[in-house]
Design a binder for this molecule. Structure first.
Ligand code: SF4
Length: 248
C-alpha cells in the first residue's frame, strides 16, 4: 500500500514548519527531536514544575517532565490522537496515556479490539505493543488545567504532522475528544488544505477529503466521561470496531 496522503503542496509545507525542511527519516529520530522541544515557555515551565513537585503517590518516582512523543506501530493504519499528557500520567511516565485513568480505560479497549497485545499500559517498560495503531496528541507538554492555548496548539501541531509523515500506511484518525478533533482539522488547515464542514460527535465518521484520511471522533476516555457513564465500554468498543471496518 502506498502513501495515502500528505502535504499536497511543497511550498505550503515548507512554510508550515521549518523542521520539515530537515525532515527526520525515522520515528526514532523524530522522537529525539520532540523530547528536546522548548518552544512554549508556559508549558515548559509547567511540565518541569509538575515533575519537581510531583503527586504524593509518586513522590519517590522519577518524572519524565519533557515533551511526550507518540508511540506505536510504524506500519499503523490508524492514528489515535489525544489532547496532551496528563500531569501525573504521561508527564511522569513519558509514554502517551500511560499511568493515568484515561489509559486504564483506553488500553483494555484496544486489547479487546485486537489493536494492542495486552490490556494494561501502566509503565513504559510493561511490554505493551500496539498493532496497526499509533498514539499521539496535539500538544506534547502537559498544560495547566489541561488547557493548552491556541498558540501552543499551533506551535505543537507540526510535530504531529511530522509523525504522520513517518506513517506511510496511515488511513485514518481516531480523535479522542473535541479538542483533538479540532486539532487534526487545524493541522490540515495550517497546510492550506480546505476541509468540508464536519461535526464532532461520538463514533462519528467524517471524510477529510479526497485522498486524505478519514476522521472518526470519540468522546475522550477521561474519568469525567467514564465515571459519569457518558462514555461506556460498549460505546468505546464501537469506535474501534468502526475504525477497523474502514481499513483496507
Ligand atoms: S507543547 Fe509542543 S511545541 Fe510546545 S514546548 Fe511542548 S513539545 Fe514543544
Amino acid at each position: 500500500m502506498g502513501r495515502l496522503f500528505f502535504i499536497p503542496n511543497p511550498v505550503l509545507r515548507s512554510k508550515f514548519s521549518s523542521r520539515i525542511n530537515t525532515m527526520t527519516t525515522t520515528l526514532q529520530e523524530l522522537e529525539t527531536e520532540i523530547i528536546t522541544c522548548r518552544k512554549c515557555p508556559r508549558l515548559v515551565a509547567w511540565r518541569e514544575e509538575v515533575a519537581q513537585t510531583k503527586r504524593k503517590a509518586y513522590i519517590n518516582e522519577p518524572y519524565w517532565g519533557k515533551p511526550v512523543p507518540g508511540f506505536g506501530d510504524p506500519r499503523a493504519r490508524i492514528m489515535v490522537v489525544g489532547l496532551a499528557p496528563g500531569a501525573h500520567g504521561s508527564n511522569r511516565t513519558g509514554r502517551m496515556f500511560t499511568g493515568d485513568a484515561s489509559g486504564k480505560f483506553l488500553f483494555p479497549a484496544l486489547y479487546r479490539a485486537g489493536l494492542a497485545n495486552q490490556p494494561n499500559g501502566d509503565e513504559p517498560e510493561d511490554g505493551l505493543a500496539l498493532k496497526d495503531l499509533f498514539i499521539t496528541a496535539i500538544c506534547r507538554c502537559v498544560p495547566p488545567k489541561n488547557k493548552p492555548n491556541i498558540t501552543e496548539i499551533k506551535t505543537c501541531l507540526p510535530w504531529m504532522a511530522d509523525e504522520v509523515e513517518q506513517l506511510p500506511e496511515l488511513q485514518g484518525y481516531v480523535a479522542l475528544g473535541r479538542i483533538a478533533f479540532d486539532g487534526i482539522r487545524r493541522m490540515y488547515q495550517m497546510q492550506g488544505v480546505k476541509l468540508p464542514k464536519m461535526d464532532f460527535g461520538h463514533n462519528t465518521l467524517n471524510q477529510l477529503g479526497e485522498g486524505l484520511p478519514w476522521l472518526l471522533s470519540s468522546y475522550h476516555p477521561s474519568q469525567q466521561n467514564t465515571l459519569t457513564g457518558r462514555l461506556t465500554e460498549a460505546m468505546f468498543d464501537a469506535v474501534w470496531e468502526k475504525a477497523k471496518a474502514q481499513l483496507h
